[in-house]
Design a protein around this ligand. Structure first.
Ligand SMILES: NC(=O)c1ccc[n+]([C@@H]2O[C@H](COP(=O)([O-])OP(=O)(O)OC[C@H]3O[C@@H](n4cnc5c(N)ncnc54)[C@H](O)[C@@H]3O)[C@@H](O)[C@H]2O)c1
Ligand SMILES: O=c1ccn([C@@H]2O[C@H](COP(=O)(O)OP(=O)(O)O[C@H]3O[C@H](CO)[C@@H](O)[C@H](O)[C@H]3O)[C@@H](O)[C@H]2O)c(=O)[nH]1
Length: 466
């Protein structure tokens, strides 16, 4: 029986390995993590991440051919193929701070593999990393290791909230390896795992560097589309055009396509910003300053989009939000996840806290502790001071009750079902809605009496002053 281990039981390691175990009953899969509490959660009925359909799959294979363990060394020793899916955040300090990827966790994992492995291993780079990381890791493994290693790049393209669908029917599986006999054999071994359920023509093999670069480029292109449509939204607001109509017309061009053209308060998530900044850093390191600047604008546009949204709220509420109650609907970076990394909601709150607004937050999946931790990390005041301004609510109705304004930061489906007539009755007048996701029925809201701001849509007269 082939044995697979995965170092890193996070948003990628957990779902990816659950899918492999589910589709490959002949393979034994062990997910490893240094965090014992995360492993305990994976072994419980309260998984550490929320992902639609994940629990159903885990329940079917956990204890059969899927295992979660904090015994990292043992897991490494027993495995034939070791995926590394540890976090690779943006560096906070030192050379390349704010742009380069922090590979500390990756290197620690590689050194652990080198020090405990006694039989040949295929090491699979699942984390998103800069080009040439596989080469560097290969050097670490071969210098310190007691056995032979083949290093492959196999970037992951799943999106949170749709991870199970994405893993079940991936557009492609990308495997990068060295072009020598050992590398080709390793790539074939990995391809045969995916071939249990992915059509062969969707499994691409290439050289390591092309594979590593493709991941950064894919995310940069996706994010670039969001920043492009967000830039268009500003033109729409000035001109009276409707951004959804423009996206529809543009997206029907088969060369452009309709996906990733939804204007929003700004993209979030742990990947887009980090991976673009990583690409920017790589370009700068290679002396490609103009290329770096080109991609950097994707992130700068996104920062501006978040700022503009907050400024709309402040200007709309007659240039002051001090002591006014603002209901913030949604805190996750997108619907169907409890993940808040780089969520636009964090920046919205930071600015509103600065203005001393009273914020009532409701999100159906984000843990309250996570919200407090996110706000503490961006506000330069003690948590007790933040808690004088912010409350976390257990329903949208509770958050909206008696508010001056409602701001939608995440496109949760349940927000479309809110009884806005009931909400309107309780709110201060004029009552404002700032729809940062264009998910509500704006015509119906206006009929009730709300002043509505929607991204890239014709402006209500009361908001047309800026
Ligand atoms: N989140 C996504 O949707 C997504 C999608 C594609 C690719 N990626 C990439 O995949 C990688 C992982 O992302 P994530 O969101 O799953 O991260 P995560 O933070 O959710 O999980 C990483 C896990 O690795 C563990 N870890 C760190 N160092 C370790 C070590 N030395 N030994 C054992 N465990 C260790 C951490 O405790 C943590 O549980 C990143 O490089 C990311 O860019 C993420
Ligand atoms: O038209 C759109 C599409 C997305 N977004 C926002 O963009 C962000 C990212 O969304 P999405 O890409 O769906 O989620 P992620 O989980 O961040 O997935 C991205 O990042 C992953 C990590 O690298 C990759 O694996 C995926 O392929 C890539 O889509 C979210 O805030 C979305 O709300 C928009 O504002 N408008």
């Amino acid at each position: 029986m082939v044995k697979i281990a995965c170092i890193g039981a996070g948003y990628v390691g957990g779902p990816t390995m659950a899918m492999i175990a589910y589709k490959c009953p002949d393979i034994r899969v062990t997910v490893l993590d240094i965090s014992s509490s995360r492993i305990a959660a994976w072994n419980s009925n309260n998984l550490p991440i929320y992902e639609p359909g994940l629990m159903e799959i885990v329940e079917q294979v956990r204890g059969k051919n899927l295992f979660f363990s904090d015994q990292v060394d043992q897991g490494i020793q027993e495995a034939d193929i070791i995926f590394v899916a540890v976090n690779t955040p943006t560096k906070k300090l030192g050379l390349g701070a704010g742009r380069a990827a922090d590979l500390t966790f990756w290197e620690l994992a590689a050194r652990r593999i080198a020090s405990v492995a006694t039989t040949p291993k295929i090491v699979v780079e699942k984390s998103t990393v800069p080009i040439k990381t596989a080469e560097a890791i290969s050097s670490v493994l071969h210098a310190a290791g007691k056995t032979s290693f083949s290093v492959l790049s196999n970037p992951e393209f799943l999106a949170e909230g749709t991870a199970i669908t994405d893993l079940t029917m991936p557009d492609r599986v990308l495997i990068g390896g060295t072009m020598d006999e050992k590398g080709i054999k390793a790539a074939q071994a990995l391809a045969s795992v995916y071939a249990h359920w992915v059509p062969r023509e969707r499994i691409l093999t290439t050289n390591v560097w092309s594979s590593e670069l493709s991941k950064l480029v894919a995310n940069s292109f996706l994010a670039q589309r969001v920043s492009s449509i967000n830039a268009v939204s500003a033109i729409c607001e000035k001109s009276g055009a409707d951004v959804d109509e423009v996206a529809r017309a543009v997206g029907m061009d088969s060369r452009i396509g309709p996906k990733f053209l939804k204007a929003s308060v700004g993209f979030g998530g742990s990947c887009f910003q980090k991976d673009i900044l990583n690409l920017v850093y790589l370009c700068e390191s290679m002396g490609l300053a103009d290329v770096a600047e080109y991609f950097h604008w994707v992130v700068k546009m996104n920062d501006l989009q978040k700022q503009k949204f907050v400024e709309r709220i402040i200007h709309g509420l007659f240039n002051t939000v001090t002591s006014k109650k603002i209901a913030l609907l949604g805190f996750a970076f997108k619907k169907d996840t409890g993940d808040t990394r780089e969520s636009a909601a964090i920046e919205i709150c930071r600015r509103l806290i600065e203005e001393k607004a009273q914020i009532a937050i409701y999100d159906p999946k984000v843990e309250h502790e996570q919200i407090w931790s996110d706000l503490s990390s961006v506000c330069p005041v003690e948590l007790v001071e933040i808690q004088k301004l912010v409350t976390i609510c257990s329903s949208a109705l509770e958050a909206c009750s008696n508010a001056h304004a409602i701001a939608v930061a995440t496109e949760w489906d349940e927000f479309k079902m809110i009884d806005f007539e009931k909400v309107y009755e309780t709110m201060s007048k004029p009552s404002f809605i700032f729809d940062g996701r264009n998910v509500l029925d704006h015509a119906a809201l206006r009929k009730i009496g709300f002043v509505v701001y929607a991204i890239g849509k014709p402006l209500d007269p009361m908001l047309n002053v800026v």
